[in-house]
Ligand binder design. Structure first.
Ligand SMILES: [Ca+2]
Ligand SMILES: [Ca+2]
Length: 70
């Protein structure tokens, strides 16, 4: 898995969070992943969702996002 800095993760989060709600929904992840060859930061979309959404509420907060990528 590719690791990134906290600042890079925050920047990526803001890119994926298209409506700026402060959490990433599956739809936003899919839209972003589809525009980027089905992968986010080099992680396959399905693996990303499974790995990053630790409380399984189908939304990825910045905290979950960072603990997965940083
Ligand atoms: Ca959002
Ligand atoms: Ca979650």
């Amino acid at each position: 898995m590719s690791k990134m800095t906290e600042a890079e993760a925050e920047e990526l989060f803001a890119q994926i969070d298209a409506d700026g709600s402060g959490e990433i929904r599956l739809r936003e992840l899919r839209d972003y992943g589809q525009a980027n060859g089905g992968a986010i930061a080099g992680v396959r979309l399905a693996d990303f969702v499974r790995g990053a959404d630790t409380d399984e509420d189908r939304r990825i907060t910045l905290t979950e996002f960072k603990s997965f990528l940083v």
